[in-house]
Design a protein around this ligand. Structure first.
Ligand SMILES: [Fe+2]
Length: 136
């Protein structure tokens, strides 16, 4: 997956953090695909968890400062992502059998990749629009 201009929210710091999230998600997908050792896969999931928490709190703080009405919806969606990551962590911790890496990769794609693209396109972008109107 690649970060492309159509995913731009228009807020430099947020876009930079989204790019970093994409990079780290790619690291995870690659680690799963190449069937890297458990420790390495766990490390990439752990990072995605930590970085997402940091990123969400920055986003939410920005929204709060701007008096943004969509903040509650954002918080709900961010909580879903953290739940998804917890689920991924759980799956990655199960005993591995053959075909496991395929399943893990499908889960990762569904619950992390689909979530982030959908969230940026339909939710974060609205905040970008709101900020531009506020500053116009
Ligand atoms: Fe967000």
């Amino acid at each position: 997956m690649e970060w492309t201009e159509d995913l731009a929210v228009g807020i430099i710091k947020i876009d930079e953090q989204h790019k970093e999230l994409f990079k780290r998600i790619n690291d995870l997908l690659l680690a799963i695909r190449e069937q890297r050792c458990r420790a390495e896969i766990d490390k990439t999931i752990e990072f995605l968890d930590d970085y997402a928490r940091f990123h969400f709190s920055e986003e939410e703080q920005r929204m709060e400062e701007a008096g943004y009405k969509g903040l509650q919806e954002q918080k709900l969606q961010h909580a879903v992502y953290l739940k998804n990551i917890a689920e991924l962590k759980h799956q990655a911790s199960l005993p591995r059998e053959s075909g496991m890496s395929y399943e893990l990769s499908v889960t990762a794609t569904q619950i992390v990749v689909d979530w982030i693209v959908n969230h940026i396109m339909n939710t974060d972008k609205l905040f970008g629009v709101y900020l531009r109107q506020l500053n116009a």
